[in-house]
Design a binder for this molecule. Structure first.
Ligand SMILES: Cc1cc2nc3c(=O)[nH]c(=O)nc-3n(C[C@H](O)[C@H](O)[C@H](O)COP(=O)(O)OP(=O)(O)OC[C@H]3O[C@@H](n4cnc5c(N)ncnc54)[C@H](O)[C@@H]3O)c2cc1C
Length: 340
């Protein structure tokens, strides 16, 4: 999809109408539903309680439009199935990423690894990063955090911000009054395949109506990375079985795969890849402030209003930093307004 000459929210119209994998009546149905998003996103109060599939059925979306348009975009953006994802997050993806502004779909790509981007030098003075130093305990004294245990050391500070995933916070600080049971994980599976010859010259592709969702050409059309979000169906399957399935599905789209041999393959099942952005979860996501006046929570799973994304994680960091400055009687604002 490319931006055309029409203003937002119709800037994708020309490109969308040209999509070859949707029939005309499916495009009309998708456009009708898209047209409802700007007003419903602001005005409806039940979007966190219903699933995205409920919303799509309410908008009478044909099955092919769901399978070939809504599903591929949303399952990878939110890492959840349509029948399990809160409609609020589904609409948010389309509103912020596609409809609100004509350039809001554009992305910045770091040209260096994150480790370099967020090095001590990159972050500024007075920053020290301790690698391989997991926190193994959190000490409490008189209702405050008095220190963190790591590698047999006690680390003391005025204020502490946790950016751990929810299951680690629960293990380290079970005293926090958070309804841990409502938080669940959603898996992602990555499949890396090296062929003995180039099988494609596409930089990337979405495989419609298949288990494999995305293909990324990592090197010369010979090394392909495949991604399956919300991959619960693959968690029990053997790695060999997953590679076989992936090669079979790829060969349906890329005929050269039929003539090629697999030189090596890796399957990475991330069972705890992200939290599941299911309906009614937002009310349970904690704010940065906790019952401990010198301890704050960040992380994509906290109350950011976003599903499990890097944007959500970054916003949680800004919110935690704001909470620390409030606790230190020197409040500052860091959060950048949403684009929509
Ligand atoms: C395979 C995959 C693909 C993804 N793709 C995308 C994407 O394309 N776009 C997108 O926006 N998001 C994507 N996400 C989601 C995104 O990565 C997360 O939402 C984001 O990284 C969450 O950031 P976070 O800082 O909250 O948590 P994390 O990035 O999970 O960071 C938590 C950190 O805590 C550390 N930790 C754990 N226990 C301890 C301990 N005891 N002591 C010290 N440190 C500890 C961990 O090592 C980790 O570094 C993807 C996630 C996965 C798994």
């Amino acid at each position: 999809m490319r931006r055309g000459c029409l203003p937002a929210p119709a800037h994708f119209a020309e490109s969308f109408l040209g999509l070859s994998f949707l029939a005309f009546h499916e495009k009309v149905a998708v456009s009708r539903a898209m047209g409802c998003i700007p007003s419903e996103w602001r005005s409806r109060t039940d979007l966190d309680r219903i699933t995205m599939l409920d919303w799509l059925q309410e908008k009478q979306q044909p099955q092919a439009a769901i399978d070939r348009f809504w599903y591929p975009i949303l399952v990878s953006a939110v890492n959840e199935e349509l029948h399990t994802m809160a409609a609020a997050h589904g609409l948010q993806v389309f509103w912020l990423g596609m409809l609100s502004q004509s350039d809001s779909y554009q992305m910045g790509l770091p040209s260096v690894p994150l480790r370099e981007l967020y090095s001590e030098q990159g972050l500024g003075p007075n920053i020290q990063i301790h690698y391989r130093s997991p926190i193994t305990g959190i000490s409490l004294l008189n209702g405050h955090i008095s220190g963190l245990e790591s590698n047999d050391r006690l680390i003391e500070a005025d204020y502490y911000v946790s950016a751990l995933p929810f299951e680690r916070v629960q293990a380290l600080l079970p005293a926090l009054p958070i309804q841990w049971k409502v938080f669940e994980h959603s898996p992602i599976t990555g499949i890396h395949i090296w062929f003995d010859r180039p099988v494609t010259n596409l930089p990337h592709a979405a495989l419609l109506d298949r288990t494999i969702q995305w293909m990324f050409n990592k090197r010369g059309g010979r090394y392909l990375q495949l991604v399956v979000s919300a991959s619960r169906g693959l968690t029990e399957m053997s790695k060999q079985g997953i590679v076989k399935l992936a090669v079979r599905e790829l060969s349906e789209f890329l005929p050269a795969v039929r003539l090629a041999s697999v030189e090596k393959a890796h399957v990475i099942k991330e069972v705890r890849a992200t939290f599941s952005a299911k309906p009614c979860l937002d009310a349970f996501r904690p704010d940065a402030d906790t019952i401990f006046p010198n301890f704050f929570l960040a992380g994509d799973w906290t109350r950011t209003g976003w599903p499990a994304t890097m944007e959500g994680a970054v916003r949680s960091g800004y919110l935690a930093a704001e909470a620390v400055t409030r606790a230190a009687w020197s409040p500052r604002n860091f959060l950048i307004p949403d684009i929509g």
